[in-house]
Design a protein around this ligand. Sequence first.
Ligand code: DX5
Ligand code: ZN
Length: 216
Amino acid sequence: MPIIAPSLLAADFLHLGDQCKMLNESEAEWFHLDVMDGRFVPNISFGLPVIEQIRKTTRKILDVHLMIVEPEKYVEAFKNAGADILSVHIEACPHLHRNIEQIKSLGMKVGVAINPHTVTSALSDILHLIDVVNLMSVDPGFGGQKFIEFTLEKIKQLRTVIDERRLNVLIEIDGGVTLENARSIVNAGADVLIAGSTVFKSADPITAIAQLKVIK
Ligand code: DX5
Ligand code: ZN
């Protein structure tokens, strides 16, 4: 069964406490938190003070997705804010190996995110060093976009490499995940489904999460 990671980008920010409570009562294992800087991506979301508050509401895993340039400047601050998994974008990191080591040295799990157009083979030399690959299935920056179909092939490619090399790396799919396409995503080999709109725009988020959870 996939791990479900609702993205709070689609939550009602005026009632964030209630939304976190709802997730705590759901079958979601992770909270996915999208941090945007208006430079790496053409949008600004939320940052450290918000994550600090969310941390106080939950013992579930905080999966923090940094869509920012120069993430090394903030890695320690995100650790202090309560991140369990910290993902950086390969496209934003000319010294990716150094970024990975920095995140690990602070005791967090490391994720590397790749945009839809970035080839999966770009990960091959660092794959054994990380815990999670965030495969973007939309262009990062906004919730509520349409799933880009060709990324299904990238899930399969990565699944094959991870299995062949017997690595302990989770594949998470980020963007445009719906109740309709989740089965093909899981069948292609994804371990973690990130879902913003599908969860928070649903009339019944707890049920939407439960429905994603039983997909196989
Ligand atoms: C997009 C973010 C996603 C986004 C997913 O840049 O990384 O995590 O919140 O939202 P949905 O599920 O609505 O596509
Ligand atoms: Zn994300």
